[in-house]
Design a protein around this ligand. Structure first.
Ligand code: NAD
Length: 305
């Protein structure tokens, strides 16, 4: 297969001073993309600032690539996109990767723990993407990656703030994939699991060694390529493996015996087993299909009763 290249494309990778973002930036830089290596350089809890991005820029340049560092917070996403436009005159790919953790059991979680995690993950992705969107629409091309987490999709003890923000990113990607469709803007979500400072005290040591961010970077790069046509996907990847995740709905059940009966708490209880029975569960792709599905089920129910 011909090598998939990114020549002429400009990519912004947020939080690219280390971990996964660094692997994304290095790979895209090695395949011809001009890369904005953004990183605030904070500690894992979001406190402080440093110039992590410089070493990544140097590595890209040493290998013959083009890159520039950006030290802004994603909360001021417009400044990061400006760095791309000022230095390279365009933006084609935006990988929203910056992240922090402020884990606490729910009752101990402060407003600050909640707000800062939401600011970096969710508001940050909103800010960068909204500013880049203008260019994407004009040029009728854009590739956006949101970064979620299994903690968001499945929940995880001590991560109420993080999981809420990470699931928020899935919702954001779903809507943007619809709004971007006619402008060739594809918006997809990666759910990575990799060795980084966020996971060094969570993953068992032998797994930690094996879970290299470089095994996920090609998945993210492929999803950022001009030949990639899918949008609105959630792709879970680790250890050189990738799967697609999505929400499915059960067939559901009428909550009464016939349309003239009232719905009571007791009738809901009686029907609950059918409501949550996942035999025949399926994906509904568009919000309009929810209404169509409901109308069909109501008709069927009325005909049967
Ligand atoms: P990491 O800590 O190595 O990388 C995150 C980077 O974001 C850091 O370099 C940090 O300085 C930067 N950053 C923090 N706040 C910022 C801000 N306001 N603006 C700009 N940069 C900022 O961790 P990682 O594991 O590589 O995480 C990358 C992303 O992947 C995060 O969104 C994380 O939540 C997500 N994720 C990681 C895993 C995993 O297993 N490592 C699992 C699920 C999700």
């Amino acid at each position: 297969m011909d090598q998939l290249r990114f020549d002429g494309r400009v990519a912004v990778v947020t939080g690219a001073g280390g971990g996964l973002g660094k692997a994304y930036a290095l790979l895209l830089g090695s395949r011809g993309a001009k890369v904005v290596v953004n990183d605030l350089g904070s500690a894992r809890d979001g406190v402080g600032k440093s110039n992590f991005a410089d070493a990544v820029v140097k590595e890209i340049k040493d290998k013959g690539g083009e890159a520039v560092a950006d030290y802004n917070s994603v909360v001021e996403g417009e400044k990061i996109i400006k760095t791309a436009l000022d230095n390279f005159g365009r933006i084609d790919i935006l990988i929203n990767n910056a992240g922090i953790l402020r884990d606490k059991s729910f009752q101990k979680m402060s407003d600050q723990d909640w707000d800062l995690v939401h600011a970096v993950h969710l508001k940050g992705a909103f800010k960068t993407t909204q500013v880049a969107w203008e260019t994407f629409k004009k040029q009728k091309f854009g590739r956006v990656i949101m970064t979620s987490s299994n903690a968001g999709l499945l929940g995880n003890f001590g991560q109420a703030n993080y999981s809420a923000a990470k699931m928020g990113l899935v919702g954001l990607a779903s809507t943007l994939s619809i709004e971007g469709a006619k402008y060739n803007i594809k918006v997809n979500t990666i759910v990575p699991t990799a060795a980084s400072r966020l996971t060094e005290d969570i993953l068992p040591p032998d797994m930690y060694q094996a879970m290299k961010p470089e095994l996920i970077a090609p998945v993210v790069a492929y999803m950022s390529h001009e030949s990639f046509e899918d949008s609105g996907l959630i792709i879970d990847s680790t250890l050189g493996f990738a799967t697609k995740a999505h929400l499915i709905r059960s067939q559901g059940a009428p909550l009464r015996r016939k349309p003239t009966d009232p719905v009571t708490i007791e009738s809901v209880k009686e029907k609950w087993g059918e409501v949550v029975n996942m035999n025949g569960a399926r994906r509904i792709d568009k919000i309009a299909e929810v209404t169509v599905d409901l109308v069909e089920k109501l008709q069927e129910f009325e005909e049967r009763s």
